[in-house]
Ligand binder design. Structure first.
Ligand SMILES: [Fe+2]
Ligand SMILES: [Fe+2]
Length: 140
């Protein structure tokens, strides 16, 4: 069953809401995370926050280009009073994003939206880097 542009716009808006929430989650986690040994991790989380905002800007522009209205809804945000649990929450978010963008690239190509597919590939590569950073921080 072929995807329609309208369905792709709806899915991209879900991705957009999750990029907003990822940025907020990283900002909050970086601020509340404590312990001298987490100094480098905290810096990394702040970099991730900025990159998620960059992804949101790309997705919003692409949704507009496709004729949709970019959402202002924000996805669910997770937090904890435990550093490791926060990093696990962040990693789960990244793994979800990787799975979603792999599918979204296929859907964009199915509709011959190759520029969108290229943008999504760039985002996917950054999400993979984020997941690797978090795995390293977690000693995985
Ligand atoms: Fe992202
Ligand atoms: Fe990410």
């Amino acid at each position: 069953m072929a995807i329609t542009v309208e369905e792709l716009i709806d899915l991209l808006n879900k991705d957009l809401a999750l990029e907003y929430s990822a940025a907020i989650q990283y900002i909050q986690h970086a601020a509340v995370m404590s312990g001298a040994q987490y100094g480098d991790v905290i810096k990394e989380l702040k970099i991730h926050a900025n990159e998620e905002i960059g992804h949101a800007i790309i997705l919003a522009d692409q949704i507009d280009f496709l004729g949709g209205v970019p959402t202002v809804e924000v996805g669910a945000i997770k937090t904890s009073d435990d550093n490791v649990e926060m990093l696990e929450q962040d990693l789960a978010g990244e793994e979800g994003a990787i799975a979603r963008y792999k599918l979204r690239i296929e859907q964009a190509e199915e509709l011959k939206e190759f520029a969108l597919a290229q943008q999504l590939r760039n985002i996917l590569a950054v999400e993979q880097e984020h997941a690797m950073d978090l795995k390293q921080a977690l000693g995985k």
